[in-house]
Design a protein around this ligand. Structure first.
Ligand SMILES: Nc1nc2c(c(=O)[nH]1)N(C=O)[C@@H](CNc1ccc(C(=O)N[C@@H](CCC(=O)O)C(=O)O)cc1)CN2
Ligand SMILES: Nc1ncnc2c1ncn2[C@@H]1O[C@H](COP(=O)(O)OP(=O)(O)OP(=O)(O)O)[C@@H](O)[C@H]1O
Length: 188
């Protein structure tokens, strides 16, 4: 299948989820994240959910990270250059929902791409090789390209893998893991 068709199909699938299903699946995903071998790392990058697009609620993972005293890093997006800046999330980090519905820090301690050790990645769909599809602006491909080579890349998805994304390109950086409510896929 082609990215553009997969995007349409998976946006529809998400729209059909009820709020209760989103909460339940998000909690199951968070519990599976606990089983990954990532807990020796200290800098974790997490996306904050866009609610109106029915993304995975990452608050459960946020609580796990905070309970383990990890450094939690969140992004501020710049749609004019499709780049992201990263800030440490602390009790005093001011968050504001931007016009795309993304909760973002307005200010704080900036973290460089090179300091990040684990990245939780939003996606619409992924395939059995770990290729992913997002909303199509390439934010995460650009970001991951600036991270350390051994950064651990973990996709989170409500749905299982599709067989094959046909039109992957050289900029696409594959996942190391993808966590769904059913299972943990390991690609590397
Ligand atoms: N929570 C979260 N943060 C993230 C991402 C993400 O997927 N999820 N991104 C991952 O790269 C980047 C933001 N990417 C985005 C790209 C496009 C739209 C957007 O076009 N929204 C439109 C149309 C929505 C639709 O597709 O139906 C809108 O709100 O009108 C929003 C976010 C960085 N931060
Ligand atoms: N490292 C990069 N440098 C420059 N352009 C890039 C880079 N990575 C991706 N792009 C461009 O971004 C656009 C979107 O890429 P793609 O279709 O893979 O998005 P996506 O992975 O679905 O989106 P997202 O990363 O925002 O979730 C493409 O035009 C691609 O060429």
């Amino acid at each position: 299948m082609l990215k553009k068709d997969i995007r349409i199909a998976y946006k529809k699938k998400r729209e059909q989820l009820s709020d209760a299903e989103i909460e339940e699946k998000s909690l199951t995903i968070a519990n599976q994240v606990l089983e990954l071998s990532i807990w020796d790392y200290s800098f974790f990058h997490l996306f904050l959910s866009i609610q109106h697009l029915k993304e995975i609620n990452t608050e459960f993972i946020l609580h796990i990270l905070s309970g383990k005293d990890k450094n939690i890093v969140v992004a501020k997006t710049d749609f004019s250059n499709l780049a992201m800046k990263h800030f440490l999330l602390t009790d005093s980090t001011p968050l504001k929902i931007n016009k795309y519905g993304i909760p973002e820090p307005t200010d704080g301690i900036e973290i460089s791409d090179q300091q990040i050790q684990v990245v939780f990645i939003p996606l619409l769909a992924f395939d059995e090789k770990g290729n992913r599809i997002g909303y199509g602006k390439g934010f995460y491909d650009r970001f991951l390209n600036e991270c350390k080579k051994d950064v651990v890349k973990i996709g989170l998805s409500f749905f299982e893998a599709i067989e094959h994304i046909e039109d992957t390109n050289a900029n696409d950086i594959p996942l190391d893991y993808c966590v769904t409510p059913e299972k943990v896929y390991q690609f590397s």
